[in-house]
Design a protein around this ligand. Structure first.
Ligand SMILES: [Zn+2]
Length: 185
């Protein structure tokens, strides 16, 4: 699946990274003076359990074809986004610039602070609660995380959490198949 122009760049730690910019309209400003101090890992697939059809990209850009699937109609009114999305082939897509607030966490709390969107970066992996993630996804995720750790020195492995950790009871992603021990330190 080709989504757009692939930009090849060197990460802040000198590794080759490829990223596709697909701007989402779903973002706003972070509160003044806030420092990015959390990374939230999510998983998503649309329809649930189906991969590689580009519908996640459509969803984050408010252009989901609502007649294609009953679930699409259900979620079509939602305006959500993420900073990054990593598909099953490890292709990285950026929807929202890091300095802007993406709408990925919803009602959430981390270390006594509410509204994690204010101070976090969102990374969505194409996947669900029922099957393993692809090796290529871990490779891209770790390239990105090492770049993020370098550019945001206040973020370290301890500040990489799952959506389920900050929205317990409401969210389960990235789910039981996500291998936290593979996350870069
Ligand atoms: Zn999530």
């Amino acid at each position: 699946m080709v989504y757009g122009i692939i930009l090849t760049c060197e990460s802040s730690v000198g590794e080759r990274m490829q990223i596709i910019d697909v701007p989402s309209p779903n973002f706003d400003e972070r509160p003044a003076g806030v420092v990015i101090s959390l990374v939230v890992i999510h998983s998503i697939s649309l329809p649930p359990g189906e991969f590689g059809n580009g519908r996640v990209i459509d969803f984050f850009c408010n252009r989901l074809p609502v007649n294609e699937h009953p679930f699409f109609r259900e979620i079509s009114g939602l305006k959500v986004s993420t900073h990054y999305f990593i598909d099953r082939q490890g292709v990285m897509i950026r929807f929202v610039a890091e300095e802007k607030r993406a709408w990925h966490a919803g009602v959430s709390r981390f270390a006594g602070r509410d509204n994690c969107n204010d101070f976090s970066l969102g990374i969505e992996l194409e996947g669900d609660d029922f099957q393993p993630f692809a090796n290529l996804q871990y490779e891209s995720l770790n390239l990105l995380l090492k770049d993020i750790y370098h550019r945001h020195p206040q973020v370290n492995r301890d500040l990489v959490v799952g959506h389920a950790d900050i929205s317990p009871g409401r969210k389960t992603d990235p789910g039981p198949f996500f291998q936290w021990e593979r996350v870069a330190k």
